[in-house]
Unconditional design. Sequence first.
Length: 294
Amino acid sequence: MMRKLTRATSFQLFAVALAWVAPSGHASAEADLCTPVAQLMSDFAAQELFYRDPETGTWAPVPDSGLSLSGREVQLIYVAREFFQEDPRSGAIVVKTGRKIDTSEKDPEPVRKQIKLDRAKQAEFDSCRRAREPSSFQGPVSALEYDRYHDYGYDAADNEDGRSLTQFHTKYVSRSGRCDATTDSTTFDAPLRWDWRSNRSQFSFDPSVVSGGFHSQIMAGLNVVGAAAVGSVGLADQRVEIIKYRTNAQKMACIALRVKPTGKNFFIRVNDLEGAPKGGRLIRADELSRQLTR
């Protein structure tokens, strides 16, 4: 469901981050992605999601209540808006897609369920790449290993799945201008440089982990009832992508996504690792979650 980024647009003119999410895996790039939705943007929202109506060809905000686009490919534009810094800054978003398993389907065991990972090459952000880090990564990982790593904070296992997670995660230029990791435990809004809502927890498919931080490893180890539940239980066709961006002179970044829902109850969730809502102090932005099919 995700299409890779192959070339950057003119950041000097538009400063727009690009990535197409599509099943083909091929790439596409557009010019000024902010233009189609400029008149629709809110002056107060830190993040917004717009879609191109397949019937009319016009753009509109994706309603909080979601859409009904079963079987149709949908073009989306995610907008990240900056309220605190005057100069352009960089960041990264996590794009998670999937669907809730129908009651008539059997949910595979987490060790047998696959989650697709995709990090496209973005040459303009190579300055933060770690030593021996591949410029891009695409491949599957078991839901068991993914959830252990992102829901409970376990170290990556010494196996193929663990190596895939290590190659998938990357460093990016943060709002402070330094190179931060997508697995960092600290956040910019924490008073003591620590917050349970770490970067790594934002990759979880469990909304409670995204909003409140890791589950307890101790409780999981004791096998307390409910403690071993993982975010991927009850989900299918999961895919996760990391996209780096830089805001423009208007203090926003517009990121293009193309998604083809795979069935009923298909969703998209976006987490801006450097996003902060308008307010008196820097706090981590909430997850933007929208349902695309009924």
